[in-house]
Design a protein around this ligand. Structure first.
Ligand code: G3P
Length: 216
């Protein structure tokens, strides 16, 4: 499973990259706003930090023609930009047109299997089911991901399943078990997965045994 980092914070991207955890980056308007930086400047910097790896940048328009215009402009910022388009009818028109122009797309805000199927039929490169936000309203986000994967396999769609709105290591484990292509992960969740109380205890024991042996 590919690991994308879900952030517009370049320091988090640098840190995760140093640890070998970055196969791509996803951003959204909320994350860009949180970074407090200019959209174009921050996306260009992220693309340079992760050459050859997909970097999702989201359009703001809601009309198909404007989405296409925005998407074409975004794709010119760097060759690894993936245009993120919200799931809606105009979005599907935009995905079809951008795909025809050879521009990669990521259909976002997907909350049902049928939305994912429509995005794949429109030619989306990636589709982003939001597991955490579905769990938040009492649905089973991972069940939806599992079903999307099954439907794509049934009909050999090339669209990659990018699990988004990941909130915990458990989400990631489940995404990997159901065979998701990609998960996009906040840096905090990546960090949370590295530790285990038995690892900490084991390191302490090894060091203490080692130090005891040195004093003999
Ligand atoms: O990039 C979209 C997504 O990952 C958002 O996550 O936690 O705001 O639902 P969240």
């Amino acid at each position: 499973m590919k690991f994308f980092i879900d952030t517009a914070d370049v320091n988090e991207i640098k840190a995760a990259n140093e640890r070998g955890w970055v196969d791509g980056v996803t951003t959204n308007p909320s994350l860009i706003a949180k970074s407090g930086r200019n959209f174009e400047e921050v996306i260009k910097e992220i693309c340079k930090l992760t050459p050859g790896k997909p970097v999702s940048a989201e359009v703001i328009s809601l009309k198909a023609d404007e989405m296409v215009k925005e998407g074409v402009a975004l794709a010119k910022w760097a060759d690894n930009v993936v245009v993120k388009i919200p799931m809606c009818e105009d979005g599907m028109i935009a995905v079809k047109k951008l795909t025809a122009e050879g521009i990669k797309t990521n259909v976002t805000l997907v909350f049902s299997v049928m939305q994912a199927l429509l995005a794949a039929k429109a030619g989306a490169t990636m589709v982003s089911p939001f597991v955490g936000r579905l769990d938040d309203v009492g649905s089973d986000g991972m069940l939806m991901v599992n079903e999307v994967i099954q439907v794509y396999r049934n009909y050999d769609f090339a669209t990659e399943v990018l699990v988004a709105s990941v909130r915990s290591p458990m989400h990631l484990q489940q995404a990997a078990l159901v065979g998701a292509d990609i998960a996009t992960i906040p840096y905090k969740v990546m960090q949370g997965m590295t530790g285990h109380p038995l690892t900490t205890k084991g390191i302490e024991m090894f060091l203490s045994d080692w130090n005891k042996a040195q004093t003999k």
